[in-house]
Design a protein around this ligand. Structure first.
Ligand code: B12
Length: 211
């Protein structure tokens, strides 16, 4: 199992999509835990890719092909990861903040929430504060969820919270933020209702708050 997860991680880091998908299919067929493949294999791979990008060993194209390999493995493990939702739990609006085009983490959060029974309205990437506000007004969600992956775009989350407050919509919606550079401290500072370190934490918090 561990060898297999290591192999998936290695294929994703090297952007070997076909091999990564094949190895993940084999691992699932052999009874491997999809959550371990996700956390250690896929997310683990992205963290190595990020380090290699920071150190100058990898450039943008390598980061892109690794991201594509990860994205292709997700459908293989998805049915074993999310399970069957019993009933509709609530509604969330989700998006990646303005200036930011990273969407892998957002898509995983969306997938896990849908699996847990939430209706999720996905606004996509590079979402302005105005678009978030319009969506809150239109959809009346229980949760507004923002993903930010770049230190600079974290400020867009702050702007969006300010815009939701200014529009007088805050009473009806809980705001959650996440993404690799975010922290609980930053979430508190910008007035978010919660921070989630990963998609599992996001689902747990939504479940707790929706009641
Ligand atoms: C893959 C990747 C890319 C891909 C993105 C593909 C895609 N479709 O998303 C590509 C190659 C396109 C890319 C582009 C760029 N990238 Co990039 N990228 C990454 C990388 C390697 C992995 C990100 C990822 O997908 N991780 C895996 C997912 C699953 O993790 P996650 O997003 O954190 O999500 C999890 C949790 O955070 C949480 N979560 C996420 N969202 C939310 C929301 C809520 C509400 C909650 C509760 C939880 C939650 O749950 C998720 C699942 O568990 C990171 C390195 C890293 N360590 O993060 C760099 C990284 C984020 N990128 C970086 C940079 C600089 C860029 C570029 C600016 C590069 C360039 N020169 O053009 C551009 C950005 C363009 C733009 N404006 O957006 C830097 C940011 C540095 C910084 N401090 O700001 C990083 C950190 C790399 C580095 N070490 O330097 N990138």
């Amino acid at each position: 199992m561990l060898d297999s997860v290591e192999a998936i991680k290695d294929f994703v880091i090297r952007g070997k999509r076909k091999e990564a998908v094949e190895e993940a299919s084999k691992a699932i067929a052999a009874g491997a835990d999809a959550a371990v493949i996700m956390k250690e294999g896929l997310i683990g791979a992205m963290s190595v890719v990020g380090q290699k990008f920071s150190s100058g060993e990898f450039f943008l194209p390598q980061m892109m092909i690794a991201a594509r390999a990860m994205t292709e493995v997700i459908p293989v493990i998805k049915p074993y990861l999310v399970g069957e939702a019993a009933a509709k739990r609530g509604k969330a609006v989700i998006g990646t903040v303005q200036g930011d085009f990273h969407d892998i983490g957002k898509n995983i959060v969306k997938m896990m929430l849908e699996g847990a029974g939430y209706e999720v309205v996905d606004l996509g990437v590079d979402v302005t504060a105005e678009k978030f506000v319009d969506a809150v007004r239109r959809e009346s969600p229980d949760f507004l969820l923002m993903s930010a992956l770049i230190t600079l775009t974290m400020e867009s989350a702050r702007r969006t919270i300010g815009a939701v407050d200014a529009a007088g919509l805050r009473g009806n919606v809980r705001i959650g933020v996440g993404g690799a550079p975010l922290t609980q401290k930053f979430a508190d500072e910008i007035g978010a209702d919660f921070y989630g370190a990963d998609a599992y934490a996001c689902v747990e918090t939504c479940n707790r708050l929706v009641h």
